[in-house]
Design a protein around this ligand. Structure first.
Ligand code: FES
Ligand SMILES: [Fe+2]
Length: 384
């Protein structure tokens, strides 16, 4: 009787030398391995500045939001003076989650639903059952764990690191790298804009596929007919992010950044002449995309939930008078909503293949995608 070998999988072939037009991507398991995702959680999302909430969503003292930042849950609230504060959402008594809702409002204190330890809006322990009978407890020592917070562009960015990296270098630096200076993005005065629409997308794909997709426009001609109609140069495959400082010009026949090229709203005050009739995109690593057009700003925040699932929250922001007047923003929302759906469908179609033996060594980047190689190098360095 003959026996057959247990495994018939041939050893992997040596990778052929690449022509100079191509560079390699990350190997497939970087998108599917829960161990690599855990490292990214620790070294990237829990170590760098993370764009958590829109400041305007916290309307006044006591309003709060909870967000997942890496493996931690963070509660962000406004104190009595109206300043934003962020804490780990963990009770210092026996660890119960303090705020169990995604959003809410308290009057004066955050009260633990387990044994009722209560913390003021600056995180200090102010009350607990029988606390008066435990005079040796130093209340300041049992306050909530504070998380570093900065506000920029009307969003609250938090950092879980004990010693956060420079906000100016790592967050604002992304805008400088892309547009030449921070003034170019600050001119849109995003912090004064009003929320016209928010859509949350639950994408069954690794967060890096979504970043890579946003960074290139090689796919634009194939999957974005509405976008390439308004921004014809995108059909040539070169994304706005490929050239420093370059904004994609609107098509001659397009009146605004809308799904059919119809008129949008008045140009936001303060924009420079070269910002009119142009689209600029900025990627702020690791989880924010900013899209700038003359009459509105679109901000994507990604919340990586697992190696193959990412929640993307997308805000469309307009001049306050546009939103207050109840103007119809649906034509401009529809344009980028379609782009989002087209992009996220593509990412979801790619995710299962990351596990294929055909993708074990990864894929390749063509010249108009070579800048994604710098993103891969950055991720690799972060988790090294
Ligand atoms: S766990 Fe919060 S009061 Fe006990
Ligand atoms: Fe796209």
């Amino acid at each position: 009787m003959t026996t057959t070998p247990l495994s018939t999988t041939p050893p992997p072939l040596p990778a052929p030398a690449l022509p100079s037009s191509l560079i390699t991507t990350l190997p497939g398991h970087h998108y599917t391995d829960p161990g690599i995702f855990a490292r990214e959680q620790e070294r990237i999302f829990e170590s760098l500045w993370f764009c958590a909430v829109r400041s305007g969503d916290l309307s006044g003292p006591g309003a709060y939001r909870t967000v997942q930042v890496g493996r931690e849950n963070v509660v962000i609230t406004r104190n009595r003076s109206g300043e934003l504060r962020a804490f780990l959402n963990v009770c210092r008594h026996r660890g119960a989650r303090l705020c169990t809702e995604e959003a809410g409002e308290v009057r004066r204190t955050l009260r633990c639903p387990y044994h009722a330890w209560s913390y003021d809006l600056d995180g200090a322990l102010v009350a607990a059952p029988n606390l008066a009978k435990m005079p040796d407890i130093d209340r300041t020592a049992y306050g909530l764990r504070t998380v570093a917070l900065r506000e920029w562009l009307g969003y609250a960015w938090v950092c879980l690191a004990d010693e956060p990296p420079s906000f100016e270098a790592t967050v604002m630096g992304a805008a400088v790298e892309r547009l030449g200076d921070t003034a170019a993005v600050e001119r849109y005065r995003t912090e004064g804009l009003a929320l016209g629409k928010r859509v949350s997308y639950d994408v069954k794909a690794n967060w890096k596929l979504i970043v890579e997709n946003f960074m290139e426009c090689y796919h634009c001609a194939t999957i974005h007919p509405e976008l390439t109609y308004v921004l014809p140069e995108f059909a040539r495959g070169y994304a706005a992010q490929y050239y420093v400082g370059h904004g994609a010009a609107f098509a001659e026949g397009a009146q605004g950044f809308t799904v059919d090229g119809g008129a949008g709203f008045d140009r936001l005050p303060g924009l420079a002449e070269d910002q009119d009739r142009r689209y600029y995109a900025v990627t702020v690593k690791p989880q924010v995309f900013i899209n700038l057009v003359p009459d509105h700003v679109i901000v994507h925040r990604m919340f990586p939930m697992s190696h193959d699932r990412t929640v993307v929250e997308c805000d469309w922001l307009y001049a306050p008078e546009v939103v207050e007047a109840g103007a119809d923003v649906s034509r401009s929302v529809e344009l980028f909503h379609r782009v989002n759906v087209q992009d996220f469908d593509a990412c979801e179609r790619t995710q299962p293949a990351m596990d294929s033996r055909a993708y074990r060594a990864g894929g390749v980047l063509v010249p108009s995608e070579h800048h994604i190689g710098a993103f891969h190098a950055w991720v690799t360095e972060q988790i090294a």
